[in-house]
Design a protein around this ligand. Structure first.
Ligand code: WQD
Length: 342
């Protein structure tokens, strides 16, 4: 079945395209390279032997998006990743985030309705929970007021999708990611942060490879065993596989309702210092870091209740933290070898 993957040259999108192709799905990617590189297409081909079909345009463009759907009326499902996702940037440029993340979703939903495409997998985030009152956090936990426009666009998107399901044949599975990290074992694809990384893992690997001077650990005065904040890190390949399972669940008409929500985490929380320790162990590198004050907007601790995804979706994250940090390190070394060949 031909599957549209929006944002398919991005970090999570590219890993999902690999898993889709390896499960026999035909993939067409739409991307505008606002946060990725066109070379990812050939990197995907290096892994799977199949160069994905591809069209470059901005999904915020209503005419271009509607025209795309008219020309591809054999699409059996959509996995919608395309969105801006930098929390800090969203605080500085809220209107850009609302226009990009919401308008692109509206155009996708209109296109699906107009062309009778039923199946949507949507990329959501655990940020919708804010700082949960109870841990582990389950899918029926209360949604807290968003701490950033980015997080708000995910909450609003979930509501837009839920309302659309009531008045159309569309059915959706919304996947709430915890902290996806690491890279494909081939090191042909991985996280490609543009500029100074916001996220922990690319900052760790760039510090270790010498691209950054020092890692700043944002606070060690949290109410956690070692004082640093805790997150549920999940290997990007485990996360990617869950998208194929979700898509196939709808194609095979196994959904319990037209709108399902699943947490994609491991159920284990690790602190920043535990992640650093794992990285130093697998890489053999001593990481240069120092403790600084907390980053505003950060929550203290979160990890997923994965029972519903494990039992109902029939999916479970398998890779360990060490496998995650090692794959991230291999990818960073690949990137730097590639840069030095330029
Ligand atoms: C992880 C931990 C930081 C950088 C965000 C979004 C989430 C998703 C992933 C899009 C925190 C600490 C980080 C650094 C540090 N994005 N840290 N020094 O903030 O949990 O989640 O990115 O979907 O939606 O909210 O991820 O990797 O930025 O931070 O100490 O240089 O590492 O304080 O405790 P986060 P992160």
């Amino acid at each position: 079945m031909k599957i549209l993957v929006t944002g398919g040259t991005g970090y999570i999108g590219s890993h999902t395209v690999v898993e889709l192709q390896q499960k026999g799905h035909e993939v067409i990617i739409v991307d505008n390279f606002s946060n990725s590189e066109k070379s990812v297409l050939s990197s995907i081909e290096k892994i799977t032997g199949i160069l994905p079909q591809f069209e470059e345009f901005d999904l915020v463009d209503e005419t271009r998006t509607s025209d795309f759907f008219k020309r591809h009326n054999d699409i059996g499902g959509v996995i919608h990743f395309a969105a801006y996702k930098a929390v800090g940037e969203s605080v500085e440029k809220p209107l850009i985030y609302y226009r990009n993340n919401i308008n692109s979703l509206l155009n996708i939903l209109e296109g699906m309705k107009a062309n009778n495409i039923r199946n949507l997998v949507f990329s959501s985030s655990c940020t919708v929970y804010g700082q949960p009152d109870k841990l582990p956090v389950a899918e029926d936990s209360p949604i807290k007021p968003a701490l950033s426009p980015y997080g708000n666009t995910k909450q609003i998107a979930e509501e837009i999708i839920s309302d659309t399901l009531k008045t159309s044949d569309i059915r959706a599975i919304m996947l709430r990611y915890f902290n996806p990290i690491g890279a494909h074992e081939t090191a042909h694809i991985g996280e490609l942060p543009i500029g100074v990384p916001n996220n922990l893992i690319p900052f760790i690997t760039q510090t270790a490879i010498g691209k950054r001077e020092v890692l700043s650990v944002f606070g060690d005065d949290y109410n956690t065993p070692d004082g640093t904040a805790i997150r549920d890190y999940i290997h990007i390949v485990d996360l990617a596989k869950a998208h194929v399972v979700a898509l196939d669940r709808m194609i095979e008409n196994k959904s319990l309702s037209d709108g399902e929500i699943f947490n994609l985490g491991t159920g284990n929380g690790y602190s920043v210092l535990e992640v650093i320790k794992s990285f130093e162990k697998v890489s053999g590198e001593k990481l240069n870091y120092h403790i600084v004050k907390r980053r505003s907007g950060d929550i203290e601790k979160v990890w997923a209740d994965t029972k519903f995804a494990n039992m109902e979706l029939g999916w479970k994250a398998e890779k360990s933290l060490d496998e995650m940090t090692l794959s991230a390190w291999k990818w960073e070394k690949e990137l730097s070898a590639h840069d030095s060949n330029k």
